[in-house]
Design a protein around this ligand. Structure first.
Ligand SMILES: [Zn+2]
Length: 545
């Protein structure tokens, strides 16, 4: 009877999670099986004569609570982001982060986190109630039964031993093993570390031995004279919120002031909707169709170095120093982390990048590739701009009215305001980086900008954050500015700007700008080339038009 209520209780809790669509069927089945087996095993040790010590009950609660915590975590992911626990975006976010980023994530998602935490706690209370509950009917019958069965129950430990063995046996299955709450994070972390380490080893091999890669040896600088390419790599920017692309709030006035000097591409999408995943595709020969190529082919930083470019990686992402992207960042001749706060939340505004850009531009090397990795609108948005740029807070304008008429919550509208402030500040910083290039009239400089991916900021619902289910996550700006003497003949802006492009081919455009040719360069995939041909584009498995 006691066992029956426990198992029924656990099933009821899981049914609730399933009914709310917080867990999918497979997740429910695994939790049900492993949970029941764990409850039975532990109870078979702690229950004697239908009685259980306080410690026994507490251990039971602990086991169920650990399962509940994992259910809550999986539910939060599925409910808020529509992703499962082993999705690349989740693994990357979990293990490629640091304390500062994590605390900002918690702040930005405080309400959905609180909701799922509350459900976990309520479910644990419900289960505790089942553990201590003694229906009067049962108490009477157990009193009479106890005498008969005491001898039997006390002497036989066989079921407990069998169940324990069974539980251990189930752990031989890797898919079940990694759903065990105790092993849940350690197994995933170990896997992530092996993954990063494998990539690092492979990449080191590439960097060290030019001779073994004949394709890399085939790459060479085919231009003439000195040139500098500045590649500004942004963060979480959808073009839907840029007035340069028709947004109703004036979020990009400084870039607009450049007029036709700025080439503004109108039909560019990113590929995966995740920072590390997309940057890998952007920075090297890996593509949507062949994402693992990054492990066996050189990135553009390596190619640039081999062909006589001095390379700079200047970042305001502190995670670039230790995380998965450090593999690429460390290939540069000069790698600088300008984020001086221990945390991304310390207000390390992107302006910290400017003095380092100046230094790189003034470096006497004849050919330079300067990569600026900006924070831009990385959640939490309200940490991304100084006060004077908080222009859209509670603005009574068309955007606010449209959001209200579509029934968006107050929180969603506030997030939109913060996000647009971050765009306004990003506009200021991007223009400042162009100004620094423009001030060096004696140099031939090309400046290119894309973000890693877009962002959903209450565009379709009250959802705010990374959302790979919607176009705003993929539709991004692509900008090009060149100094007057930069040695590249472009097609007319009208022809150029509407070319369809996906950023997994971005390395091709950067190589073209640098004047580097060879086996790893295909002009048909370079958006600036006269030989450009549109490639098929996909978001997930779906063709994108
Ligand atoms: Zn990102």
């Amino acid at each position: 009877m006691l066992l029956f209520t426990r198992i029924l209780g656990w099933f009821l809790i899981l049914t609730l999670y399933w009914a709310m669509e917080w867990l999918n069927f497979v997740q429910v089945l695994k939790s049900a099986f492993l949970g029941v087996l764990s409850i039975l095993t532990l109870s078979s040790w702690t229950l004697r004569d239908g009685r259980e010590s306080r410690t026994g009950r507490f251990l039971n609660l602990l086991v169920v609570f650990s399962f509940l915590a994992i259910c809550g975590f999986n539910s939060f992911l599925r409910d808020v982001f529509g992703v499962a626990q082993d999705d690349l975006i989740v693994v990357e976010a979990l293990f490629n982060t640091n304390g500062g980023e994590a605390s900002e994530f918690i702040l930005q998602n405080i309400w959905p986190l609180a909701k799922h935490l509350t459900v976990v706690i309520l479910a644990a209370i419900f289960y505790w109630f089942l553990l201590v509950w003694r229906p009067s009917l049962f108490r009477m019958s157990s009193g009479t039964l106890a005498a008969d069965s005491r001898a039997k129950v006390r002497t036989t430990r066989i079921p407990a031993v069998v169940l324990t063995l069974l539980l251990l046996l189930v752990h031989l299955n890797p898919t079940m093993r990694k759903e065990d709450p105790l092993l849940y994070f350690p197994i995933r972390h170990a896997k992530w570390e092996r993954y990063v380490e494998r990539a690092r080893v492979l990449q080191e091999k590439i960097t060290d031995s030019v001779s073994t890669d004949s394709s890399l040896s085939s790459m060479s600088y085919e231009g003439s004279g000195p040139r500098t390419v500045v590649f500004s790599l942004g963060e979480s920017i959808t073009r839907l919120n840029w007035s340069l692309y028709g947004y109703l709030r004036t979020t990009t006035p400084e870039l607009e002031s450049l007029g036709p000097r700025l080439v503004r591409f109108t039909d560019v999408i990113t590929t995966l909707g995740s920072t590390v995943g997309d940057i890998r595709l952007i920075m090297g020969p890996a593509t949507r169709a062949h994402p693992d190529l990054y492990m066996t082919t050189p990135d553009i930083v390596t190619i640039a170095r081999r062909t006589g470019y001095k390379t700079f990686w200047i970042t305001n992402h502190s995670t670039d120093m230790t995380g998965a992207l450090s593999i690429i960042a460390n290939h540069a001749d000069v790698t600088v982390n300008v984020n001086r706060g221990g945390s991304r939340g310390e207000g390390s505004y992107d302006e910290v990048i400017l003095p380092e850009l100046e230094k790189a531009l003034d470096d006497p090397a004849p050919r330079k590739l300067v990569i600026l990795h900006l924070l831009q609108a990385h959640p939490a948005y309200y940490f991304r701009y100084p006060k004077p740029f908080a222009l859209f807070n509670n603005a009574d304008d068309e955007v606010t009215r449209a959001l209200k008429s579509e029934g968006r919550s107050l929180r969603a509208r506030k997030m939109r305001d913060y996000y647009d402030n971050a765009i306004l500040y990003s506009d200021h910083i991007l223009k400042a980086t162009i100004d620094l290039c423009d001030a060096r009239k004696e140099q031939n400089i090309a400046w290119l900008y894309i973000p890693d991916h877009g962002e959903d900021v209450a565009h379709y619902s009250n959802f705010v954050g990374h959302n790979t289910r919607v176009p705003a996550m993929f539709e991004i700006p692509l900008l090009l500015w060149m100094s007057d003497r930069f040695p590249l003949d472009l097609p007319e802006n009208e022809i150029l700007e509407d070319r369809p492009y996906q950023t997994d081919l971005m390395d091709q455009t950067i190589l073209g700008l640098m004047g580097i040719e060879g086996d790893y360069y295909d002009p048909a995939r370079d958006i600036l080339s006269p030989e450009f041909k549109p490639s098929p584009r996909f978001i997930g498995q779906k063709p994108y038009h």
